[in-house]
Design a protein around this ligand. Structure first.
Ligand code: HEC
Length: 110
Protein backbone atom coordinates (compact mmCIF):
# COMPACT_ATOMS: atom_id res chain seq x y z
CA UNK A 1 0.00 0.00 0.00
CA UNK A 2 2.73 2.38 1.00
CA UNK A 3 4.77 1.52 -2.10
CA UNK A 4 1.82 2.23 -4.32
CA UNK A 5 1.40 5.58 -2.69
CA UNK A 6 5.05 6.47 -3.26
CA UNK A 7 4.74 5.64 -6.92
CA UNK A 8 1.68 7.81 -7.20
CA UNK A 9 3.26 10.98 -5.83
CA UNK A 10 5.84 11.60 -8.61
CA UNK A 11 3.10 11.29 -11.22
CA UNK A 12 1.06 13.97 -9.50
CA UNK A 13 4.08 16.23 -9.12
CA UNK A 14 5.11 15.82 -12.76
CA UNK A 15 1.61 16.58 -13.90
CA UNK A 16 1.36 19.81 -11.94
CA UNK A 17 4.82 21.02 -12.90
CA UNK A 18 4.02 20.37 -16.56
CA UNK A 19 0.88 22.44 -16.38
CA UNK A 20 2.40 25.38 -14.61
CA UNK A 21 5.23 25.55 -17.15
CA UNK A 22 2.70 25.99 -19.94
CA UNK A 23 1.14 29.05 -18.33
CA UNK A 24 4.65 30.18 -17.44
CA UNK A 25 5.65 30.01 -21.11
CA UNK A 26 2.68 32.14 -22.13
CA UNK A 27 3.32 34.82 -19.55
CA UNK A 28 7.03 34.73 -20.47
CA UNK A 29 6.17 35.49 -24.09
CA UNK A 30 3.87 38.29 -22.96
CA UNK A 31 6.68 39.71 -20.86
CA UNK A 32 9.25 39.43 -23.65
CA UNK A 33 6.80 41.07 -26.06
CA UNK A 34 6.14 43.89 -23.60
CA UNK A 35 9.85 44.54 -23.04
CA UNK A 36 11.05 44.29 -26.64
CA UNK A 37 8.21 44.81 -29.08
CA UNK A 38 5.51 47.04 -27.60
CA UNK A 39 7.44 50.25 -28.31
CA UNK A 40 6.81 49.78 -32.03
CA UNK A 41 4.02 47.20 -32.22
CA UNK A 42 1.78 48.30 -29.28
CA UNK A 43 0.45 45.89 -26.66
CA UNK A 44 -2.34 44.72 -28.97
CA UNK A 45 0.01 44.29 -31.95
CA UNK A 46 -1.67 47.06 -33.94
CA UNK A 47 1.48 49.17 -34.22
CA UNK A 48 -0.47 52.39 -33.64
CA UNK A 49 2.02 53.81 -31.13
CA UNK A 50 3.86 56.98 -32.14
CA UNK A 51 7.04 55.01 -32.86
CA UNK A 52 5.11 52.29 -34.66
CA UNK A 53 3.43 54.84 -36.91
CA UNK A 54 6.69 56.67 -37.60
CA UNK A 55 8.46 53.45 -38.62
CA UNK A 56 5.45 51.91 -40.35
CA UNK A 57 5.44 48.85 -38.12
CA UNK A 58 2.97 46.38 -39.46
CA UNK A 59 -0.23 45.41 -37.70
CA UNK A 60 0.76 41.98 -36.38
CA UNK A 61 -2.91 40.94 -36.41
CA UNK A 62 -3.28 41.63 -40.15
CA UNK A 63 -3.62 38.90 -42.76
CA UNK A 64 -0.43 40.16 -44.34
CA UNK A 65 1.49 39.06 -41.25
CA UNK A 66 -0.69 36.15 -40.13
CA UNK A 67 -0.63 34.39 -43.51
CA UNK A 68 3.16 34.04 -43.27
CA UNK A 69 4.58 30.75 -42.00
CA UNK A 70 6.03 30.35 -38.50
CA UNK A 71 9.43 29.96 -40.16
CA UNK A 72 9.08 33.28 -42.00
CA UNK A 73 8.03 35.15 -38.84
CA UNK A 74 10.86 33.52 -36.89
CA UNK A 75 13.26 34.71 -39.58
CA UNK A 76 12.02 38.33 -39.39
CA UNK A 77 12.27 38.41 -35.58
CA UNK A 78 15.72 36.78 -35.59
CA UNK A 79 17.30 38.69 -38.46
CA UNK A 80 15.17 41.81 -38.68
CA UNK A 81 13.64 43.36 -41.78
CA UNK A 82 13.75 46.97 -42.94
CA UNK A 83 13.37 49.09 -39.79
CA UNK A 84 12.43 46.06 -37.73
CA UNK A 85 15.50 45.31 -35.57
CA UNK A 86 17.03 41.83 -35.38
CA UNK A 87 16.49 40.07 -32.04
CA UNK A 88 18.51 36.93 -32.73
CA UNK A 89 21.30 37.92 -30.37
CA UNK A 90 18.95 39.20 -27.67
CA UNK A 91 16.24 36.56 -27.51
CA UNK A 92 16.93 32.83 -27.35
CA UNK A 93 15.44 30.75 -30.23
CA UNK A 94 13.00 29.22 -27.70
CA UNK A 95 11.84 32.69 -26.81
CA UNK A 96 11.44 33.61 -30.47
CA UNK A 97 9.24 30.58 -31.14
CA UNK A 98 7.12 31.51 -28.11
CA UNK A 99 6.81 35.02 -29.53
CA UNK A 100 5.59 33.59 -32.83
CA UNK A 101 2.93 31.63 -30.91
CA UNK A 102 2.08 34.84 -29.03
CA UNK A 103 1.68 36.76 -32.32
CA UNK A 104 -0.71 34.02 -33.53
CA UNK A 105 -2.91 34.73 -30.51
CA UNK A 106 -3.12 38.50 -31.09
CA UNK A 107 -5.91 38.50 -33.72
CA UNK A 108 -8.10 36.49 -31.33
CA UNK A 109 -7.86 39.27 -28.76
CA UNK A 110 -9.11 41.95 -31.14
C1 HEC B 1 12.11 49.74 -33.47
C2 HEC B 1 10.74 49.30 -33.73
C3 HEC B 1 10.43 47.84 -33.71
C4 HEC B 1 10.61 46.96 -32.67
C5 HEC B 1 11.20 47.25 -31.30
C6 HEC B 1 10.05 45.70 -33.10
N1 HEC B 1 9.57 45.79 -34.39
FE1 HEC B 1 8.70 44.33 -35.49
N2 HEC B 1 8.54 45.59 -37.07
C7 HEC B 1 8.95 46.92 -37.08
C8 HEC B 1 8.77 47.46 -38.42
C9 HEC B 1 9.10 48.87 -38.84
C10 HEC B 1 8.23 46.40 -39.21
C11 HEC B 1 7.92 46.42 -40.71
C12 HEC B 1 9.15 45.92 -41.42
C13 HEC B 1 9.04 45.90 -42.91
O1 HEC B 1 8.20 45.17 -43.44
O2 HEC B 1 9.82 46.62 -43.55
C14 HEC B 1 8.07 45.25 -38.32
C15 HEC B 1 7.58 44.03 -38.71
C16 HEC B 1 7.40 42.94 -37.87
C17 HEC B 1 6.78 41.71 -38.26
C18 HEC B 1 6.14 41.40 -39.61
C19 HEC B 1 7.17 41.16 -40.64
C20 HEC B 1 6.59 40.90 -42.00
O3 HEC B 1 7.35 40.34 -42.78
O4 HEC B 1 5.45 41.23 -42.30
C21 HEC B 1 6.81 40.88 -37.17
C22 HEC B 1 6.27 39.47 -37.08
C23 HEC B 1 7.43 41.62 -36.10
N3 HEC B 1 7.78 42.87 -36.56
C24 HEC B 1 7.62 41.13 -34.84
C25 HEC B 1 8.29 41.82 -33.82
C26 HEC B 1 8.57 41.26 -32.53
C27 HEC B 1 8.15 39.89 -32.06
C28 HEC B 1 9.27 42.20 -31.84
C29 HEC B 1 9.85 42.08 -30.44
C30 HEC B 1 10.77 41.00 -30.21
C31 HEC B 1 9.39 43.37 -32.69
N4 HEC B 1 8.79 43.10 -33.90
C32 HEC B 1 10.01 44.55 -32.33
C33 HEC B 1 9.46 47.62 -36.02
C34 HEC B 1 9.79 47.09 -34.79
Amino acid sequence: MRKLFLRFIPTVILCCVGQSSVTQAQSDAAKVFKTNCVLCHSADGSGDSATGKALHAKDLRSDEVQKQSDAALTEVITRGKGKMPAFGTKIHPDGVSKLVAYIRELPKKK
